[in-house]
Design a protein around this ligand. Structure first.
Ligand code: CTP
Length: 420
């Protein structure tokens, strides 16, 4: 049996370099800048000359509280083309145009931003935004592959309305979600030597999140208190480590995590269908959702009326399929790593950990993340505390910390099993 514990770094102010290249989505980077500065981070904005055609230097200077330059000839005595990159804790380029990605992939350095990218030794996150044709062009795809291979995080663009009337893949993800993904990269902790390593690159992972609803009639349902926060943190963390992420989301009211494909479901039957379909080609599945264990045997087409005599209508329940047990038993891919969650309160039959071990064996998954939910402590909270149990005997204690930090420890364990 192995035992390991990880200590949390306190949230600290980081030196963020926000690179902005010349696309219409440059205006959305203002919101990203505000998120960083309002949460106490030190932000230096480095726009390209083309970016200033969309949003002017005074806007960046006012929002960041610092002068901005696009060339290497301003304040030369301070050697900014070297200093800015060297001192950064993270460089985020949003939006990253096709041209900027090409320059970065080839190491060109003809302005302050591209010089900064060459001197940075910290994690680098690119959030591309461009028309679908430009994104799908083999040249862009080859550049993205090169950057990812070197350890950069290149977020998949979102789909939707583009400049003009057309729609497709190429939108800048929601700035809030780029912000959360960058925090996820920074929150990965110091346990790993290379916090930016793309150890899930090329892996297909499936994460389920939220709580399912089982309808009694068109307006009423049986549900549960799952917020989806842990599942969304897992999706974001996996995307920041290079994985292709499918997020099966049950009734969660959070923005789509940057870089994840989101499949929305409501009931346990729909969740099962979506998870089983995605599992067929997945390298890892993490069941963070809370599926309702029971559903009403009949769903009334009309709203159920109150009875005159004050009696309550009987509700007959049927048990739902156990999705985690099913995919663990019939995993489509040899070597796929399946992770379950267990929300436990100790009882007369055993402690939280004893019940967790029994559940791990019953479900047949590789890893079980056990939460002690006595008193409802976890639901909707930004923090979590857990013990990860492995079918191989591993016990990993994760002290109270952010759901993002727990997500990264879970992916550490998954990545370790891939390597084995
Ligand atoms: N789960 C699932 N399908 C279900 C119920 C649960 O896949 N119908 C998954 C959850 O996503 C979670 C794990 O199983 O990863 C544990 O959920 P939990 O509700 O604790 O398990 P139960 O099977 O309901 O166990 P118990 O016997 O304690 O009710």
């Amino acid at each position: 049996m192995t035992s390991r514990s990880r200590t949390e770094e306190p949230q600290q102010s980081r030196r963020v370099v926000l690179g902005v290249s010349g696309g219409i989505a440059a205006y959305k980077a203002c919101e990203l800048l505000r998120r960083f500065s309002e949460s106490g981070h030190d932000v230096t904005v480095v726009p390209t000359a083309a970016a200033l055609e969309f949003v002017g230097a005074p806007t960046w200077a006012a929002l960041s509280g610092k002068p901005v330059a696009t060339d290497v000839w301003t304040d030369v005595h301070a050697v900014p083309h070297v200093q800015i990159g060297q001192r950064a804790d993270v460089v985020v380029v949003a939006p990253a145009t096709g041209d900027l990605l090409a320059k970065a992939a080839h190491g060109l350095a003809d302005d302050l931003l591209t010089n900064t990218l060459l001197t940075a030794r910290c994690p680098v996150v690119f959030a591309p935004a461009m028309h679908t044709e430009m994104w799908e062009h083999p040249a862009t795809q080859a550049n993205v592959a090169t950057l990812r291979q070197r350890g950069a995080v290149v977020i998949e663009p979102a789909e939707g309305r583009l400049t003009g009337a057309d729609t497709g893949k190429g939108r800048l993800p929601d700035p809030v979600e780029i912000f959360e993904l960058v925090l996820s990269v920074l929150d990965r902790g110091t346990a790993s030597q290379d916090v930016a390593s793309q150890d899930l690159a090329g892996r297909k992972v499936v994460v389920s999140a939220g709580g399912t609803r089982e309808y009694l009639d068109p307006v009423r349902f049986l549900g549960n208190r799952s917020s989806g926060l842990q599942g969304y943190a897992l999706a974001r963390a996996a995307a920041s480590r290079g994985a292709h992420v499918t997020l099966v989301s049950a009734n969660v009211s959070l923005p789509d995590p940057a870089g994840a494909s989101v499949v929305r479901v409501e009931t346990t039957a729909q969740l099962r269908e979506a998870v089983v379909a995605a599992t067929a080609t997945a390298d890892a599945v993490v069941m963070a959702a809370a599926p309702a264990d029971f559903r009403p045997t009949t769903v009334s087409d009309d709203k159920i009326k109150k009875a005159e005599d004050g009696s309550a209508p009987p509700i007959e329940l049927a048990q739902n399929p156990d999705i985690l047990a099913e995919i663990s038993r019939e995993r489509a891919r040899e070597g796929a790593v399946i992770v379950g969650f267990a929300a436990e309160t100790g009882d007369a039959t055993g402690s939280v950990l004893e019940l967790g071990r029994a559940k791990l064996a019953r479900k047949g998954c590789n890893l079980l993340v056990v939460n002690d939910v006595s008193g409802g402590a976890v639901f909707g909270s930004l923090d979590n505390e857990a013990v990860i149990l492995g079918a191989d005997g591993a016990v990993v204690e994760v002290p109270r910390g952010s759901k993002t930090a727990l997500a990264h420890v879970i992916w550490d364990e998954v990545a370790r099993r891939f390597a084995e």
